[in-house]
Design a binder for this molecule. Structure first.
Ligand SMILES: [Cu+2]
Length: 128
């Protein structure tokens, strides 16, 4: 059963490997500062698409509360589940934004990932 799940994830997560064997350029991390909502909480829209999570690096002040707004735009099992920084699995329906509240860690970074830990993004504490 585990192997089947891994195989499904491999199919879902593969980034067109057949066509990109010559120039395997690792894309630079994408960042976004987002926008501040009426409640004062910064909201960052994150697309869960064919390239994984965009942006996949969210800087913030230590202890800052954020609302991540995930929208899945690609079919497949891989990104249909989101593992939030607290380890919970959340379903991401197609093209329907899902809000996740997170707190920037005091130090270092925390991760969110697809249900199988193949794509991931990080919330990074930025000391000023
Ligand atoms: Cu996956």
């Amino acid at each position: 059963m585990l192997l089947v799940m891994i195989a499904l994830c491999l199919v879902g997560c593969s980034k067109d490997e057949a066509t990109s064997t010559k120039s395997v350029a690792v894309p630079a991390a994408t960042t976004s500062t987002g926008t501040v909502g009426k409640d004062g909480v910064r909201r960052i829209a994150i697309e869960a698409g064919k390239d994984g999570y965009v942006p996949d690096k969210i800087p913030g002040k230590p202890g800052e509360k954020l609302t991540l707004v995930f929208t899945r735009t690609v079919e497949g099992e891989c990104l249909a589940e989101l593992k939030t920084p607290d380890g919970k699995l959340t379903v991401l329906p197609m093209n329907a934004p899902v809000e996740i509240s997170v707190t920037v860690p005091n130090d270092g970074e925390v991760r969110f990932a697809c249900g199988m830990d193949m794509f991931f993004g990080t919330i990074v504490a930025q000391k000023s």
